[in-house]
Design a protein around this ligand. Structure first.
Ligand code: DX5
Ligand code: ZN
Length: 214
């Protein structure tokens, strides 16, 4: 079963609540929320107040992807705003283990993300501390970029590592350049959670768009 998590980064920000509701009606499993701080990534999006404002627009889980420096300083704010799961970047904190456990202490599943140029080996020490691993397949910051092909090798390498550790049930998420051309190879390489921004929100028929990605 593949989980489809449309990213509201590509939604119409002027009608964000309605866009989230539409994604639910179109068959999305999670709502992916890209938080960017203008430091860790070269773009600035939204934070806890906006997440709180759209919380009532859907019953779907809010999958919050923090592309912010020192996420440990604001985990509590995202929990209060309505996050159902939180993913932080390994590159964004010098205290990754502590930050992951901070998320779990709130009772939320914790995810770790790595950028395209970060090796999979970085994940090895925290494999038992996470519920989800996010392999970025574009350099984070913007929607609509092209999938970086060597990401497929990273996914395969991760799958071998998970198998060795008896963690084959891990959620393995992919974010960036997921579309009808790349979805098959991504799933074959081992991803079971697909984030898609432009491939869902830029399409008039979101239901068909989500079905095509599955
Ligand atoms: C990238 C974001 C993604 C982005 C994906 O910085 O983390 O979630 O919205 O956009 P698409 O699917 O258009 O590549
Ligand atoms: Zn994302």
């Amino acid at each position: 079963m593949t989980i489809i998590a449309p990213s509201i980064l590509s939604a119409d920000f002027a009608r964000l609540g309605a866009e989230v509701t539409a994604a639910e009606q179109a068959g999305a499993d999670w709502i992916h929320i890209d938080v960017m701080d203008g430091h860790f990534v070269p773009n600035l999006t939204f934070g806890p107040p906006v997440i709180k404002a759209i919380r009532s627009a859907t019953k779907l889980p809010f999958d919050v992807h923090l592309m912010i420096e020192r996420p440990e300083l604001s985990i509590a704010d995202y929990v209060k705003a309505g996050a159902d799961r939180i993913t932080v970047h390994a590159e964004a904190t010098v205290h990754l283990h502590r930050t992951l456990h901070q998320i779990k202490e709130f009772g939320l599943p914790a995810g770790v993300a790595i950028n395209p140029a970060t090796p999979v080996s970085v994940l090895e020490p925290v494999l038992d501390d996470v519920d989800l691993i996010l392999i970025m397949t574009v350099n984070p910051g913007f929607g609509g970029q092209s999938f970086i092909p060597y990401s497929l090798d990273k996914l395969r390498e991760l799958r071998v590592m998970l198998q060795r550790r008896g963690l084959q049930d891990m959620l393995v998420q992919v974010d960036g350049g997921v579309n009808t051309e790349t979805t098959r190879a991504i799933q074959e390489a081992g991803a079971n959670v697909l984030v898609a921004g432009s491939a869902v929100f830029d399409k008039a028929d979101r239901k068909a768009a989500i079905a095509a990605l599955r």
